[in-house]
Every structure is written in C-alpha cells, then in structure tokens.
Design a binder for this molecule. Structure first.
Ligand code: ATP
Length: 532
C-alpha cells in the first residue's frame, strides 16, 4: 500500500479501514506471573491509538455507562439511584465488559464498602491494601505492618503504584465521601466508578439510574423472569395463565429492581394462578418477608431502613409527610408541605423544601416540576411495618405510622386544604392521567367541607385552577366508563362514607358548584386543625 501512495506510508495499514474481530488477547504471547503492562506488547501500543473499539455483544443496559467510563472523560463517574435500583449489578456488568478491552491496561478492580463499618479510616486502609494485593504488589503490602499507624504509609504506597497507571477502580456502595477522596489520586491516569445511593459528589459525572429507565427498557420484565424462573423447570418464565398477574406485579414494583428480584424469587415456587393472585393481594407481606441476602439489610425493607437511618430527624419527618400519600406518583409540593405542617403541629412551619432536598439527595425521592415522587416501595414499607413487630428498629423510627401520619393528616380538620392542594395541582398538571384522583379528591373535599365548614364552595372553586378543564375531563371519563368507581381503601383515606362514589356523582357535584356566585376565595387554616 505504501508503495502505491507514499503519502499514506506513515499511516496504520496504509490508511485503509481494517476490521478485526474476536478476542485480541488470543494473539498475545503468554508471560507468566505478569500483569497487563508486561503482557500487552510494546509494538501493539502505538497501533492502539488508531483503533476504534466497536462492541457488538455488550448488554444494552451497560452501553451508556461504559461509554462514560471512557478514560478520556472525567475522573469520577458516579452511578447513583434509589435503593435497590440495580446500581451494583450494572456497575459489575460494565466492569466485566471493560475488562475485555484495552482501554484500561492497568486492570479493573472492584472494592466493596457499605453503610456500616465502625472505623471508616481503617476500612479504607484495608481496601487500599487489598487493591495493592490485587494489582500484584503483595510484597509491598506484606512490608506494611498492621493497620493502625500504617494508614498514611499505605496511602503513599498506593499513590506511587497508581502513578501513571490506567486502571478502573470501582468503589461499590459508598456512603461516605471521604472514601472517594482517599482513592482520588491525581497522578493516577485511570478512573473511579462509584456506586452510591447518595449524590454528594459535585465534581463527578453523575449517572442517575431511574425506575423509568428500568421500565422503558423492559429490564424489569427480564429481571422478574430470571428470578421467577430460577427454581422452575417448566413452561418458560411464568406458570401458565400467570401472564396478567406478572404484569400487575411489575406495575406494583414500579421499576424497583430489588422489589422485582425479591418478589420474583418468592414466586419461584408458586405454580398456580390462585397462588399468584393471592401474592398480589399480600404484596406488602411478600415484600417484607422476601429475602435476597442473608442479612436483613440486604432485604427490600432493610435496604429502605438503611437510607432512612441516614436522614436527619427533620428529613425523616418530611419523608413521612409525603409517605402519607400514594408513593410512586407525583405529589405536589404544596400537598406535602401541608401534610408536614399537620404532622409537626405548627400551622406556620416553614423549611420543608430544604428537608425534602436532603431526602432527594439520599435518593429516597425524586423532584420533578414542583412534584415529589417517592420510591415506590416506601408505601409498602409503611403499610407492612405496623403489622411486623419482629423487624428490628422500626417501631422506634415510626411509632404508629398509620395513626400518626395517615390518620392525623388525612382526617384532621385541615383535610380540605390538603385535598384542595392536591386537586389544584393534579387539576392543572397531569390531569388526564389522574382523573379518578381528581374526582375522588373533589368528593372528599365536599364531605370535609360539610363536616368542618372551614372551606366553602366558592373557595373550592377558587382553588380549582383549571376548573372547566376538570369538568370536561370528567365528562369524557363518565361517557367512556360510566360504572367506574374508586378504590377508597387503596387510597387509604379514613372515611365514614359507606358506598364508594361514582364518576357521575363527581360530575354532578362539579356542575352544581359551577352555578354558585362568587364567594370568599380565601382558604382558612384554623389552628384547631392541628389539635389531636
Ligand atoms: N440484571 C439483573 N438480573 C437479575 N437480578 C438483578 C439484576 N440487577 C439487579 N438484580 C437483583 O436486584 C438486587 C438489587 O440490585 P443491586 O444490589 O445491584 O442494587 P443497588 O441499586 O446497588 O442497591 P443498593 O442501593 O441497596 O446498594 C440484586 O441483589 C439482584 O438480585
């Protein structure tokens, strides 16, 4: 090629595109007891800069994250998300895939941390020693005596060994930022991949694993199928006739991978539709009983409690105020604010936003357009907990949650305001999707107005931003589904009403209210509302 065009002589393969397939390591010679820098031969290195790696077999889940781990990008990649979203599993998949190519000739290493280690510095030194050993420096580790006084020495040996070395270090399940600092060595030319529930590292490339990603990409179905099929040898993934139930399970798990895994495993020995349907009814009990690991902290509820313990008392109260309502769906901020004031017993209390930001940073909730979305399993946790006296440390954290939160907030005389805020927000944002809630909230509002007299019809009308739109939506819904009723139990609202209302009733109420003349649109918020 070079003889045809001298200008191309200096280019690799004479400038011709060259596609190579297979495992590149098969063309390297075996060098016993050596690591990557010695195995990868010098002649290959200059060529490598011209090579573009195309991956055809990689799991789609891992693709985006692997791209971010490219050595040319920022030093720290933080993979974060709510508890049990599958962060660790995804990071391990990415590490396995990266291990197969040349981008990190210095190696790929995973070090596991966790929430509960007694002495952070000693644990860090222990893991630094382990890393040195993995990198083939057992001799250097052996010379460092003990851990106590040797922490500085270990850090300096590690710093020397990482100098100029291009390796990927995966720090798994990190709760304390000082761990990342201990491994962020400027001379190291590789990268840190950190998995953590918290978003505390401002200078990292942050990848947020969200329930919507899991659902949109159908990983939920794949993971559920894997766990259900584990102990089954017939009929493919699900027992015959259980397909509908499987869809309902996935709906309830709302993209939470840990929930999918624990519930899937608990269904693995259930063969009939009746058993599956019963499990759906007992969902909370299954979620609390099912185990993925040996320790309680590895269970769905244990994982939640881990995050819960990391919150301050005020942040816990903010989360409790939000957990009064249905989790997994957008909750308007004013609604959470009012609920929080009732729980605190202070009509004028402010500052919820700051506490909720802590909850969001701890990844127990997401914030979107003035709404909070709680982890879908928070509700299951709160519903199952009061009935589960055997689980550790929960009665202290949530004394009598049902009465304290749901009961007080939803049936206190501030109920009209709460429901009005709810209605107002749903009425103007995602109205169509939440029609039953609009109608239900409206009717609840009417009942509470009748009971307490604190909110008149005129003020309700004032609170209803897009009032005409709400009527139009309800009309359309009544036409489409005249018999639909609302599941009051599921909404968890304490009520005296014996029969559930219907859509037509909701429409009638809305239409009657429209005939009223202008009135006092101010909302009263009487101090009695906060009395027990
Ligand atoms: N791709 C997968 N296939 C099968 N099971 C999976 C997959 N991803 C996750 N799981 C299951 O879900 C559980 C939770 O996943 P993982 O530990 O990766 O989540 P996490 O987000 O790191 O959780 P935490 O915040 O509690 O550390 C795992 O124990 C595993 O059983």
């Amino acid at each position: 090629m070079g003889s045809v065009d001298p200008a191309l002589e200096a280019l690799a393969y004479g400038g011709k595109p060259c596609v190579k397939g297979g495992d590149w390591r098969q063309c390297l010679s075996v060098v016993k007891r050596s690591d990557r820098p010695q195995i990868v031969p010098a002649p290959l290195k200059p060529l490598w800069q011209h090579v573009q790696v195309l991956r055809l077999t990689i799991d789609m889940r891992a693709g985006g994250l692997q791209e971010l781990c490219n050595p040319n990008r920022e030093k720290v990649v933080l993979l974060t998300g709510m508890f049990g979203m599958g962060k660790t599993s995804l990071a391990l998949d990415v590490c396995a895939a990266i291990n197969n190519d040349l981008e990190f000739p210095g190696g790929v290493y995973t070090l596991r941390f966790g929430q509960d280690f007694a002495d952070g510095k000693a644990k860090i030194a222990e893991e630094q020693k382990a890393l040195l050993a993995y990198m083939g420096h057992k001799d250097k580790v052996a010379n460092i005596q003990g851990l106590g006084g040797a922490q500085v020495e270990i850090a300096s040996v590690l710093s020397d060994q990482l100098r100029g070395r291009r390796c990927l270090i995966h720090l798994d399940d990190v709760w304390d930022p000082c761990i990342v600092d201990a491994f962020r060595i400027p001379a190291h030319s590789g990268k840190l991949l950190v998995t953590s529930r918290s978003k505390l590292w401002a200078d990292a490339t942050i990848v947020q694993l969200r329930p919507e990603d899991v659902r949109q990409n159908s990983w939920d179905r794949e993971i559920f199928g894997k766990h259900v099929a584990r102990r089954k040898d017939t009929h493919g993934c699900f027992p015959p006739g259980c397909e509908d139930c499987a869809n309902k399970f996935l709906e309830r798990c709302a993209g939470d991978v840990l929930a999918i895994a624990v519930l899937g495993s608990s269904l693995a020995d259930k063969q009939t539709v009746v058993e599956w349907e019963q499990a759906l009814v007992d969902f909370s009990a299954y979620a609390s009983d099912a185990r993925t690991g040996d320790a309680y902290k590895d269970t769905l509820f244990g994982a939640f409690e881990g995050s819960w313990k990391g919150l301050s008392a005020d942040q816990q109260q903010a989360l409790t105020a939000a957990a009064v309502f249905k989790a997994g769906e957008p909750l308007p901020a004013p609604l959470v604010e009012l609920s929080w004031r009732v729980l605190r017993g202070e009509p004028q209390a402010t500052g919820l936003r700051a506490y909720m930001q802590g909850v969001v940073r701890a990844n127990l909730a997401q914030e979107q357009n003035g709404h909070y979305i709680l982890h879908a399993m928070v509700e299951e946790y709160f519903s199952a907990k009061p009935a589960d006296p055997t689980a550790p440390n929960t009665s202290a954290a949530h004394p009598d949650f049902e009465r304290r939160a749901r009961g007080d907030v939803l049936s206190c005389t501030a109920g009209p305001e709460l429901l009005a805020a709810f209605l107002l927000s749903y009425g103007s944002s995602s109205r169509a999707r939440n029609l039953p809630k609009i109608a239900e909230a409206y009717l609840g509002l009417q009942d509470l107005i009748a009971e307490s007299g604190h909110l008149n019809r005129g003020s309700v009308k004032g609170l209803l931003g897009d009032y005409a739109g709400a009527i139009a939506d309800l009309s359309a819904a009544v036409e489409k589904e005249p018999d639909s009723a609302f599941d009051w139990q599921e909404l968890g609202i304490a009520r005296s009403r014996q029969t559930p209302p219907d859509m037509q009733g909701a429409l009638d109420v809305l239409n009657r209210s429209d005939e009223l003349g202008p009135n006092d649109y101010e909302v009263s918020f009487p101090p009695e509302a906060f009395k027990e």
